[in-house]
Design a protein around this ligand. Sequence first.
Ligand SMILES: [Mg+2]
Length: 230
Amino acid sequence: MTVTTVGFDADDTLWHNELFFKDTQARFAARLADHADPDHLMERLLAAERRNLGHYGFGIKGFTLSMVETAIEVTEGRVPASVIAEILADGREMHRHPVDLMPGVEACIRDLAPSHRLVLITKGDLLDQERKLAESGLGDFFDGIEIVSDKTAATYTRAFDAHGDGAARALMVGNSMKSDVVPAIAAGAFGVFCPSEHEWELERAEEPATHPRYRRIADLGALPELLRSL
Ligand SMILES: [Mg+2]
């Protein structure tokens, strides 16, 4: 059965993203250095992010609010308003980071676009994802764009029904085992893991190493060859 449709994750699959979060986290730790040791602070921040996902969803806005919340917590309410203002400015700055494509991305997309339907399936802030897609110059290659609040098996079933021939004839590639690979395989698609150097802890999951529809590649440059081999 031929794969006709290829779903791409965006952040840390098409372009760098997590490293900007890591940079901002380092700045956050420096701003609160008088109040909390960095390891403890990162633990509290991650706990706040996990707690807040259901309220704010994925993306920079929710991350910024979690930094503010953590700053209030670790200082027991004594964090100066000037530091809150700096944290908010750091969050806004993240919306301006340059769009820097990952290795092999452009060649892969150009190679596959004539023969496959390409669908971008991403979480994150709507405006930020639209900005990055526009700046990437890749927008015209995609037959469908899905900016979703979460990635479950149902998300992939719906997206591949809407933009392709169903999940059974689709492949999803991304850097998150938890969001891109495992639920896509559960929907019946191929799930291709393309790990990135910087990983967010909340995107980890066990590798479905023996599943017949699981594959792993080093970068997107290897995807056209993999598709031809299926
Ligand atoms: Mg990603």
